[in-house]
Each structure stands twice: as structure tokens, then as C-alpha cells.
Design a protein. Structure first.
Length: 520
């Protein structure tokens, strides 16, 4: 079986086509995009194919029809007349620097000014952009196409620096504000980003900007449906299944659990993350790949600051207005978690017009929790620390629940800061359990009530009940009185019952506990 060529990290359409890399055909969207209007905006998570989509549009507008042979657009009734394309890519700059945005725009403008022989230019970046559009259109004799990639990176990258954020906001507003005044010179403009910010007014002058981010007709414009995955990458999935020594369908199910599940409208298709799929097929290993490519840590900090119990992130409700436009400095992280790809639409409730959000898949859930745990307990990522995550994992895998609880108790005493409460301790225990690779279920609904936490690790099951500044006896009595472990009565695994009491008093902090084995 020949090895497929996977375009990992490649975002240039012409290179992918000319060099024989795998390509999922999205060119059928070109014609309907052109009908949407002159100015179009698309929000999608990072590493989801936006840059490749822009590059595909660039090749079309440059009239490079030969690249599209065999693709949907080739046989469509399209105008292949070349147009000059101005592309502004905000992906590769360090915007933590005070002048990062101005430096990038200056370089990009200089490149085009040199290309089109412009020597006498305006004093401001916004003025130079206007002059560039007018000069190019008049010198070539046709309207200009403008493609802008990841417009919001200068804002997302510096969320903790309000002064630079506001400066970048003003620069972007001035820059994009020129598009409306240059309308007569523009054939088409396409802008992509992760988020569309409210109260920032970057696009306030573009009142005819068409936002297709939650439009049903464009739900699948980025990302891959399962049919697209199988049609284009079946040999790769087969090779991955062979490496894993399992059936094709079992490997596909594992890929679903890790990489599928994104939904951007209430009637769209469930989508796979292209970046993660390509890495899994190329490396022949199903692992988390996407979260390490640019996790916005401020989202995790806000979840922690609100005291949100991590499992409660699933099932949050939002209106369409909240999902479309978000405030970067809003204390509520949920809408921005949707736009950045950490949450997706799980259901739409017509009676209330509310969207129910959940983690799209295991990769994202693990990735976000890996970002969240160090905010609570920094030492868990230190391999030389007694609180290293791998030690907790060994404890659970081997049934060493006493060691696990002693290690947990010591960790809780060592947490930085003083303003801890029950939610802090429950969150740390839950995050540790999930990141140890176990199946952890918070607040399982039984016939007599809800257990705090149930953890399944190999041959062992752990049923926890937590109290706060009360008593271990109360916790253990509740487990037994409400029969939380009743559903494991016929289970062949060893079942441990753990009653625990978090202590947070002036003179004492820590964890007291009792352990019983379920008698069957």
C-alpha cells in the first residue's frame, strides 16, 4: 500500500495540488461565496482549514484554473478572469510586543508597495492601505481582491495587556475602516478569524459585512465530514488500524471520539479537526494534537476564577447573539470557548432558542483540562515533584487508593494561595482523575441520589463522596445509605468506596478519608 502524502502544516493550495498531497475538495463553495456579497466574514477555530481556504480563493482569483482540474470548481460556471490579490496574514507575528501589529502591517504594505512601484506613500498605515488599493486597481485596470487571515490574533494574543489590546483595536478599526471608502475598487473581500468581538467595533464601518459563521449553507466549509474523511483517507485509516491491530470500524470509532464532534450550526454535519486527523494518520497514533497549537490560557484562568466545577462546562446554554459576538474581557468564558473550538453545539432547543454546548471530543476535553489543572495545582506537571500526574496515574491503575489519597491530601495542603473552597478541592480531584486516563463521571445519577465522583481505571472502580468541613463519617454514610455503588454489585472489578472530608480552617487544611471495599 502506497503511503499517502499528508499536508501537515501546509496552507498553500498550489503547493498541495502541484506536489501531490492529499486535498479535501472544498472548491464547490467558491460560487455561492461570490453570491453572498462583496464582504464576507468567517469564524472558525485555529488549525481548522481557514488559511487553506483563503489560499484556494487566492488561486481562483488569480485565474489559475489549471490547479482546479478534477475539482468541483473546474466545471462550474465561474469567471476565471484574474484579479490582483492583496493578502494580509496575521498568523506568524508575535503580538505581545508593543509595536507588533504596526510592524507586521508595515512589512506587508511595503511588500505590495514595492511590487506595484509605489514610492510616495501616506504617513499612516490606514492611509497607505487606501492608497495601495486605489493604485493597484487603477494601474491594472480591474478591481482588487482582499483576503485577511486571522484578523483577531493581534487581540487574542495579548488579552492580559489591556493597553496593547486597546491600541491594536484602534489600529485594526482604522485599517479595516478603509474598505468601505475604497468600495469602488474592491471586487471581493474575505476576512477570517477565531472570534467576532462585540464592543470592539472593528467592523463598525463595514455594515454590509456578511457573517457566514453560523450559516447553514456554510456549516461544512472548514473541517471534514466523516464521508470526506473516508472518501479521501481510507488507506490512511486502514494503515492506522493495522498499526493498532484492530478492525477498521474500531479505529474509525476511536478517531470519532478523539477528533470528531464539531458543529457550527444546529443542522450542520459533525466535523473532524483536519490538523489532528492528518497528524494521527501520519504518525499512526491517536493522541491529542490540536490543543498544543495555541491554547488561549486566559480561558482556563476565567473558568477557574468563576469557580466553575469543570464537568459543569458541559451543558451550558447560550443564545445565538452570545455565540456570534463575544466580549474579550467578559467574565463569562463560555461564548469565547465556543468560537475558539473548545465547546461546540450539542443541541438546539427551539422552545427557548438556546444552544446547548459541550466539549466536541476527547482531544479537546483533555487539552482544556491539561490547561486548567496547572492553574489549580502547578506541581502536577513537574516530573520531579511528588505530585507529578504520572504518580497519581500509577496509584489508580494499580489499585493503590491509599497512596492516591495520601498524595492528594499532601497536594491540597501545598496549593498556592489561601482562598480555597469546596469547589477548588473537587475540581482538583476531578481533573487529576480525568488526566490520569480514567473514565471519570461526576455526579452520577443513581436511583437514590447523585454520587460526587466515580472513577474507572482498569480493574478498579472508585466511588467518592466528598464533604467540606464536616466529617468523614457523614460522607461514608451517604455512600452506603444511598447505595451509590449498587450498580457495581455484579461487577467483576474491585470497587473501593471513599468517604472524604475536605478541611479548610485557619489552623488546618487537608483531607481526611476512609476507604471500604464493596462487599458483593
Amino acid at each position: 500500500m502506497d503511503e499517502m502524502r499528508y499536508p501537515i502544516g501546509m496552507q498553500t493550495f498550489s503547493n498541495i495540488i502541484e506536489e501531490g498531497y492529499a486535498y479535501v475538495d472544498k472548491t464547490a463553495y467558491i460560487k455561492p461565496l461570490l453570491r453572498q456579497g462583496k464582504y464576507v466574514f468567517l469564524s472558525r477555530p485555529r488549525r481548522f482549514g481557514k488559511s487553506l481556504l483563503l489560499s484556494t480563493l487566492e488561486a481562483y482569483f488569480e485565474g489559475r484554473r489549471e490547479l482546479f482540474k478534477g475539482l468541483a470548481a473546474y466545471s462550474m460556471d465561474l469567471d476565471w478572469t484574474p484579479s490582483p490579490v492583496l493578502r494580509f496574514d496575521f498568523n506568524a507575528e508575535d503580538f505581545s510586543l508593543d509595536n507588533g501589529l504596526e510592524s507586521l502591517l508595515n512589512r506587508l504594505l511595503k511588500k505590495y508597495e514595492k511590487k506595484y512601484g509605489m514610492t510616495d506613500v501616506a504617513d499612516t498605515i490606514a492611509g497607505r492601505f487606501s492608497e495601495l488599493i486605489e493604485t493597484v486597481a487603477e494601474s491594472i485596470g480591474c478591481k482588487v481582491v482582499i483576503l485577511i487571515d486571522e484578523y483577531d490574533k493581534p487581540l487574542l494574543d495579548i488579552e492580559d495587556n489591556k493597553e496593547v489590546f486597546e491600541k491594536n483595536q484602534r489600529t485594526l478599526k482604522s485599517f479595516f475602516g478603509n474598505l468601505k471608502s475604497m468600495d469602488r475598487y474592491i471586487r471581493f473581500a474575505f476576512i477570517t478569524g477565531v472570534a467576532r468581538f462585540s464592543k470592539v467595533s472593528i467592523f463598525s464601518d463595514l455594515n454590509n459585512l456578511k457573517d457566514i459563521s453560523m450559516a447553514d449553507d456554510y456549516a461544512d466549509i472548514c473541517g471534514w465530514t466523516e464521508d470526506e474523511l473516508i472518501d479521501n483517507f481510507r488507506p490512511g485509516v486502514e494503515m492506522l488500524a493495522e498499526k493498532r491491530k484492530e478492525h477498521f470500524d474500531d479505529t474509525l470509532q476511536a478517531m470519532r471520539e478523539y477528533y470528531d464532534g464539531y458543529l457550527f450550526t444546529q443542522i450542520g454535519s459533525r466535523l473532524y479537526n483536519p490538523f489532528s486527523v492528518l497528524n494521527a494518520l501520519d504518525l499512526k497514533r491517536i493522541d491529542p494534537y490540536w490543543f498544543g497549537t495555541g491554547t488561549p490560557t486566559f480561558l482556563a484562568r476565567r473558568v477557574r476564577a468563576r469557580g466553575t466545577f469543570p464537568p459543569d462546562i458541559n451543558g451550558k446554554m447560550c443564545t445565538r447573539e452570545q455565540l456570534i459576538a463575544v466580549g474579550l474581557y467578559s467574565s463569562n468564558p463560555i461564548p469565547l470557548m465556543f468560537q475558539t473550538g473548545y465547546l461546540t453545539i450539542a443541541d438546539y432547543h427551539e422552545d427557548t432558542n438556546l444552544y446547548e454546548l459541550r466539549f466536541p471530543n476527547r482531544e479537546v476535553e483533555i487539552g482544556f483540562y491539561q490547561e486548567l489543572l496547572p492553574i489549580y495545582a502547578p506541581d502536577t506537571s513537574d516530573p520531579f515533584s511528588p505530585f507529578d500526574l504520572s504518580l497519581f496515574k500509577q496509584d489508580l491503575a494499580k489499585g493503590n487508593i491509599c497512596e492516591f489519597m495520601e498524595r492528594l491530601s499532601a497536594l491540597l495542603k501545598d496549593l498556592p494561595g489561601e482562598d480555597h473552597n469546596e469547589s477548588t478541592y473537587r475540581a482538583v480531584t476531578y481533573l487529576l482523575s480525568v488526566l490520569c486516563g480514567t473514565l471519570a463521571v461526576a455526579e452520577h445519577h443513581g436511583y437514590k441520589g447523585r454520587s460526587d465522583l466515580e472513577v474507572m481505571a482498569g480493574r478498579y472502580v472508585y466511588v467518592f463522596e466528598f464533604k467540606y468541613n464536616k466529617s468523614v463519617a457523614d460522607a461514608m454514610s451517604q455512600i452506603n445509605d444511598r447505595d451509590y455503588a449498587g450498580r457495581y454489585a455484579m461487577d467483576t472489578r474491585t470497587v473501593y468506596l471513599i468517604g472524604a472530608n475536605f478541611i479548610e480552617k485557619r489552623e488546618e487544611r487537608g483531607l481526611k478519608y476512609e476507604i471500604e471495599i464493596l462487599k458483593k
